[in-house]
Ligand binder design. Structure first.
Ligand code: FAD
Length: 447
């Protein structure tokens, strides 16, 4: 028989937990938490990513006894990974432009992000000692560029506010209206006054964001859009020669074009296809096209700062005894991977680069087609689209079929490009869900 442990969060208890951050250091003693009085209102926050921790922060500051439940052995694993390449917290562009990044969900998220704005997020990070700066692209980063110092300071602040952290507690839905967890000590049922779910999306499942919660929320009456990769790479049938020589190499200072949109930036050749910042910026449109038609053609502009006449003029200079690669490198300053890509495109259209006339070669440099044959697996995408529909939530982010349960973060059905828009919406929905939960508690008595 399974070990049924049923406890009430209002019970007086004291315990210590170790928090391990990705660099292996342990923060000990942060979790000496004691519920102060038997009358304190209680909240369960499930999922210790940025959205859940922000909801916990809001509730704890207001005097609610908060317990955060996390299935992994440590908190914020995806947040820490996000910090590896330079933690892009938010973006400094004007608010109206900022909001367009959320596409069809921009109206639904507008008030939420206006309430906890990019500036409010910067102020919050600054107050934690993670001073931010605006990079040349307008993106906002903490000066340390990584997430671990910010997360450590935040966890200390949460512990000081009395937040209790329960690691290795995997939520498994509800039984008799009570959240039920699988824990190292067996099954656990809890009875919080209010619950916030911040379970993340479905990319990078090894970090905890595995989307395994969809059935329990669907059973609870939530409308759930299927998960699809967002900010993901795409599959390309490279030739063996190209793949062997160029997988892992960047295409710098290019532009990519699809469906009338052009984005400047960088892409990376992968063994199975193409990925990187410029690709991610177009990925929602590319994904929709690939999923609908089975494939899509992306165009790469290898020298976006030159117009086609200039490119053609440079290519009419005599080649002499130079190899074609040397000639293209000198005439257009093209990298070996860019020249390899031209060769791939020429072969795919039934010819070779050497046979092309200067005007044909110029056209290829200026508008090089790559056929995308599939979307890279969601497990490697930066984020996911899909999740709980806003139609299932009220304005306070409460799940309408289950009063007293609030939702936040990437588990909701919105998507945005990279550039800080993902974390901004996670933090802002965390604030909104935390405040929604607080208001709900206050309607039912003093907090
Ligand atoms: C490589 C990479 C780089 C990124 N860089 C950036 C960036 O620079 N800027 C940016 O804005 N965004 C970035 N992102 C995206 C960003 O990290 C996520 O959007 C964000 O972490 C989502 O926050 P969240 O709190 O909603 O969910 P998550 O961070 O995914 O947290 C959800 C938590 O819930 C837990 N959980 C799930 N199910 C259960 C359960 N049943 N029981 C208990 N716990 C559960 C998970 O273990 C996890 O800890 C990046 C993502 C990746 C993968």
């Amino acid at each position: 028989m399974r070990d049924h442990v049923h406890y009430c969060l209002q019970r007086r208890e004291k315990y210590q937990t170790k928090i391990r951050v990705s660099n292996g250091r342990e923060l000990q003693g942060l979790q000496t938490a004691m519920s102060e009085t038997a009358t304190k209102r209680t909240a369960a926050v499930i999922g210790a990513g940025p959205a859940g921790l922000m909801a916990a922060d809001v509730l704890a500051r207001a005097g609610v006894a908060v317990t955060v439940y996390e299935q992994m052995p440590s908190v914020g694993r995806k947040f820490l990974l996000a910090g590896r390449g330079g933690l892009n917290l938010t973006h400094s562009e004007p608010f109206d432009g900022f909001m367009t990044r959320y596409g069809g969900r921009s109206e639904r998220l507008r008030n939420v992000i206006a309430h906890f704005s990019p500036q409010a997020l910067r102020d919050w990070a600054d107050a934690l000692g993670a001073d931010t700066f605006v990079g040349s692209s307008g993106r906002v980063f903490p000066k340390a560029m990584k997430a671990s110092p910010l997360l450590r300071a935040w966890l200390r602040q949460l512990a000081a506010a009395g937040v209790t952290l329960k690691l290795r507690h995997r939520w498994q839905g509800w039984r008799d209206e009570q959240p039920v967890f699988d824990t190292p000590d067996g099954e656990l049922l809890v009875q919080p006054d209010v619950t916030v779910l911040a379970l993340g999306g479905a990319s990078w499942p090894q970090l905890g964001s595995n989307g395994a919660w969809t059935n329990w929320l669907a059973e609870a009456g939530a409308d759930i859009a299927p998960f699809t990769p967002a900010n993901s790479g795409f599959l390309v049938d490279w030739s063996e020669t190209f793949r062997t020589h160029f997988a892992g190499q960047p295409l710098k200072s290019i532009a990519v074009e699809f469906d009338g949109r052009s984005v400047r930036g960088e892409a990376m050749i992968a063994a199975s296809g193409i990925e990187g910042g410029a690709i991610y910026a177009l990925s929602s449109r590319l994904r929709d096209a690939v999923m609908k038609q089975g494939e899509a053609t992306l165009h790469v502009v290898l020298r976006p700062e030159l117009d086609i006449k200039d490119i053609e003029r440079r290519l009419t200079k005599p080649r002499g005894k130079q190899s074609l690669s040397t000639y293209l490198r000198k005439a257009l300053n093209l990298s070996p991977v860019a020249i390899g890509l031209l060769q791939e495109a020429a072969v795919a259209s039934g010819t070779t680069l050497a046979r092309l006339a200067p005007h044909e070669l110029a056209a290829l440099v200026n508008h090089l087609p790559i056929c995308l044959r599939g979307v890279a697996p969601i497990a490697r995408a930066i984020s996911s689209a899909g999740g709980v529909s806003f139609a299932s939530l009220d304005d306070t982010l409460m799940l309408t079929p289950r009063p007293g349960v609030f939702l936040a973060g990437e588990m909701l059905d919105w998507e945005a490009p990279t550039g800080g828009y993902l974390l901004q919406a996670c933090f802002a929905t965390g604030v909104a869900a935390g405040e929604g939960a607080l208001a709900w508690l206050r309607q039912r008595g003093p907090v």
